[in-house]
Design a protein around this ligand. Structure first.
Ligand code: ADP
Ligand code: MG
Length: 424
């Protein structure tokens, strides 16, 4: 399937009075008072919810939070989300703790008025959600005439609330559309790879190569430059025969790093210097050294100043930038500079008209730390889902949606569902 049907293609007349089961990702952090400490995942769904409410749909929201084991855990209740939705939407938002499949819940949904909203309690309080259990899917699917997939962050997993329920609704003749957040994520994360303006520069870092091999594989043939930092670079250093001291290295991936280097040729830029310390600690004293001067007791924790300027220069000329993975242990001030510099250089490229895309939870946090969030074209809300999509894998939560062709006149206007495999 090439493209999915976006909510924005449906006229209000297809929404009014319809029960819309909306799968969202409200897996938000709570503070010690049990309040939502970062509401960005909620805020990200507001355009979809406002559209549905304004069009007079009857909105049923389903999400998970944390990892309860299929039974209720009061500390993981979605209750704290309700007041935020009320305030943002300016409408009454109900909270349904009744069990999916129970007559009480069905009655409650049946009695919703046009434009009303109800949030279901954490769906992982029910057994079977994470296994895409058919019975739970049936119960959830029964609550909607229309399915709206908005849980991009969960789209790489097939669960009852984002895949099974969509299938049930489609089997009964209903549509399963991509919400606005889902649509935006798909558009940015596949356009970058399908039709990049050049030079196209990818910046990769983070802790491990192993989690990102597929992404490197998929991205390498498409980019003009691949800049590598973070602990990931250490494994490449070992392949070059360099001393890495006490740094994080994936010894079983040294051959792979060698193979990637051979394949990448001069597309690949590794750090030429690094910041080292004997302890990775917020009060550590650090040294910047050439990559050939790392000592046995050293830990590599950031890219060095010469590397920062080389990377910045490459980024300045980029027309498309994809960034995944910090350049160092950016959570600690002594090792944050490389990551901050990369964030700022990407923001500058953006100011000059480049398309700039950031994927990965820690990279997104680094962009926020560098205060350049609003100078990026797109910061993905989905960690694993964005990596899978960029790696060319299809996402179950996207494949479950109706093809764009399902509504008259929208055949060519859908959103690409995935973009890195094959030559389209
Ligand atoms: P993202 O969430 O953006 O995909 P990752 O989870 O892959 O990024 O990597 C982020 C983690 O990598 C951070 O916690 C950071 O401290 C760590 N990291 C980066 N460079 C190093 C390094 N040189 N040594 C140890 N850890 C590192
Ligand atoms: Mg991470």
């Amino acid at each position: 399937m090439d493209s999915v049907l976006p909510l924005s293609d449906l006229p209000d007349s297809r929404l009014r009075g319809q029960r819309a089961l909306v799968s969202v990702d409200y897996n938000v952090p709570l503070n010690s008072e049990g309040e939502v400490s970062d509401a960005s995942r909620i805020t990200a769904t507001l355009p979809t919810l406002r559209r549905l409410v304004a069009a007079g749909a009857r909105v049923v929201l389903v999400s998970h939070m944390g990892r309860p084991d299929g039974s209720p855990d009061p500390s993981l209740s979605l209750g704290p989300v309700v007041p935020i939705l009320r305030e943002e939407l300016g409408v009454e938002v109900g909270f349904a703790t009744e069990r999916p499949g129970s007559p009480e819940l069905s009655q409650r949904i049946e009695s919703l008025e046009d434009g009303e909203v109800v949030l279901l309690e954490n769906i992982r309080f029910q057994p079977g959600e994470t296994e895409n259990d058919a019975e739970l899917a049936e119960s959830l699917g029964g609550l909607g005439d229309l399915f709206v997939g908005e849980a991009f962050g969960a789209a790489h997993r097939a669960q009852s609330s984002n895949v099974g329920a969509a299938r049930i609704i489609r089997e009964r003749g209903g549509l399963a559309v991509a919400g606005t957040l889902m649509e935006t994520e798909l558009r940015f994360l596949s356009d970058a790879l399908e039709h990049p303006s050049r030079p196209f520069v990818a910046v990769m870092g983070g802790a491990k190569i192993s989690g990102k091999i597929e992404l490197i594989d998929a991205i390498l043939p498409r980019v003009d430059r691949l800049l590598v930092g973070g602990a990931m670079a250490n494994t490449f250093f070992r392949a070059l025969g360099l001393e890495t001291g006490a740094s994080l290295v994936e010894v079983d991936r040294i051959d792979l790093a060698q193979e990637l280097m051979d394949r990448a040729g001069d597309k690949l830029l590794l750090p030429v210097d690094v910041v080292v310390a004997t302890e990775i600690d917020a009060s550590a004293s650090t040294r910047s050294v050439d990559r050939s001067e790392v000592e046995e007791s050293d830990r590599i924790a950031d890219i060095g100043p010469r590397t920062r300027s080389i990377f910045s220069r490459v980024l300045e000329d980029a027309r498309t930038v994809l960034w995944n993975g910090p350049m160092g242990v950016f959570e600690m001030t002594p090792f944050a500079e490389g990551t901050m510099q990369v964030a700022k250089s990407i923001a500058e490229a953006n100011d000059h008209g480049a398309l700039t895309i950031v994927g990965g939870g820690d990279s997104a946090a680094a962009v926020a730390d560098a205060r350049v969030l609003d100078r990026m074209s797109h910061v993905s809300t989905g960690g694993g889902a964005s990596l899978d999509l960029l790696s060319g894998k299809s996402l179950p939560g996207v494949d479950a949606l109706s093809p764009a062709a399902e509504v008259d006149g929208s055949v060519d206007e859908g959103v690409e569902s995935h973009g890195t495999q094959g030559d389209r």
